[in-house]
Design a protein around this ligand. Sequence first.
Ligand code: 5AD
Ligand code: SF4
Length: 459
Amino acid sequence: MIQDGAPRRPQGTPIPLSRKPEIETSQPARMEGASGTACIRTFGCQMNVHDSDRMRRMIRDAGYAEVNDYEDADMVILNTCYVRENAVDRVRGHLGELVRLKREGRVKKVALTGCIGAAEESQELRDQYGIDLVLGTHNTYELAKFVGLPTMLETFTPELPGTEGERSAFVTIMTGCNYQCSYCIVPSVRGRMVCRPVENVVEEVERLVAGGTSYVTLLGQTVDAWRDPSGNGKRFCDLLGRVADVAPRVWFTTSHPSNMEDRTLKTIGEKQSIVKRLHLPVQSGSDRMLKVMHRGYRAERYRRKIEVFRENVPDGTLSTDIIVGHPGETEEDHEETLKLVEECRFDSAYVFKFSPRRGTEAAIMGEAVTPEVAQRRFMQVLRAVERGAFERNQRKVGAEEEIYIRHGQADGGKLIGETWSGHAVHIAAGASTVSPGDYVRARIQSAGPHVLYAGEPIA
Ligand code: 5AD
Ligand code: SF4
């Protein structure tokens, strides 16, 4: 979220052009009288959060005031996720409410953007709920015209930074994905991988840091697959090193085990400014399932990568994504996943029950796992992860840590921060005034499976 008081581009001024013109200058700088209130709801991953930041900039430049509730909004933008079926169900719930508010004359315009917008199903939703504008992930820039800004021509949206002036900012380094995982809709809605040139990324980071950003997260579906598009041989590890020399605090997500190089894992340990947390989705511990899923690696490679990470980043934290109940998953496959969870000692995991996505290979595979079995496997994996994480977190109790404040104000009673090892910490608010972007020192007093709890900041 853009914080009040943060340096912001004046309304209506064009976005800096780093690659090619994004704005037709023959158009009026701003449509007269384009103002009102707008509400943006974001579903899904950090890529969507970042896209929402860009759209937030556009609506503000167009003179809209941002509001939190649909009831107060003239225009509502739903920036959606399509990864799992329940994500669509959730959006349907919101669309139903918006139809009612439109009928009552409160909300005037509804836009649907993001991954559902890029899927065929969006036409059905548009007709059913009378949506005014549907945009996919490659034409977010068309929102500009819809809100009365000059027409933009650029489809390669990473060129449009969305989080300037914030203490923490996302920087997209690549979009799309070249993998074809059996269950995943991402390649069909986000397209093939497109990487940004290294200098272009570094320039954006430098600009952000100069504007007060103290934490940069590099984003992409498979960030570690990044290659410099100029063909100069630069890989993700080189880019990470460059960014880590410029930004005071850096993290990246999400990675693919097949692309993760040992030298990247070493760099995480070596560079002080990189948060020592690795998010490396494994999806399954069974070689048979990894093959069915077309993940392109075996469990053994994954284990080896984790060993290298632990060796080079002894205090680091590790998180992953796991899917249970993919078609064809047997009890033996599931046992393999549980075994891998025990061995890798994850600090956290996003565990998903398989959800069939129309258009993916897995959606038409036989050997479906029953919902009851999927639920049991889901709970077993979740508990195994939590057990391990709880044990590991206990070892932090008593330690004094340097903690980066992510959310909250001391006088508001609750501070949420992050250690250099990547642990989430709830800190008892003291009398001192601290705000997001600050560092405090505090002692860890207790720990749960998901967070550490620290006492008041030490003066
Ligand atoms: N069903 C369940 N989980 C899925 N994911 C992606 N597609 C599906 C699906 N069809 C999960 C994967 C991925 C994460 C972002 O979402 O674990 O890493
Ligand atoms: Fe989807 Fe697989 Fe690409 Fe990840 S690597 S975005 S799971 S296709």
